[in-house]
Design a protein. Structure first.
Length: 103
């Protein structure tokens, strides 16, 4: 006569084997997922670097255009440019004074 414990042993061994096999398969799946995630993050870093370089070039180009435009305006209308600069300076000084005064 077999005891209930003797009947459970083969079943437990089978379940244990199945669990080990599932864990082994899951480990491979997690490794593949980690590899794909790592590749995705590397691609994201490269795209971010490229976007930063593009933004830097665009900003440099815009600054050059603004500088050239200001230089052209100063050359063509020096008196008007001085008046505009004085107005901008006065407005800036007034704003700084208002922002820094005690309330």
């Amino acid at each position: 006569m077999t005891t209930p414990l003797q009947e459970i042993d083969p079943l437990a061994a089978g379940v244990s084997g199945s669990m080990l096999e599932a864990a082994h398969e899951a480990q491979h799946a997690f490794e593949r997922l980690a590899d794909r995630l790592s590749d995705y993050l590397n691609d994201l870093v490269h795209l971010s670097k490229d976007a930063a370089k593009d933004s830097q070039h665009a900003l440099a180009h815009s600054a050059y255009k603004a500088s050239s435009s200001a230089e052209h305006c100063i050359h063509c209308a020096p008196f008007k440019s001085v008046i505009i600069a004085a107005g901008v300076g006065a407005a800036t000084a007034t704003m700084v004074h208002w922002l820094t005064r005690p309330h």
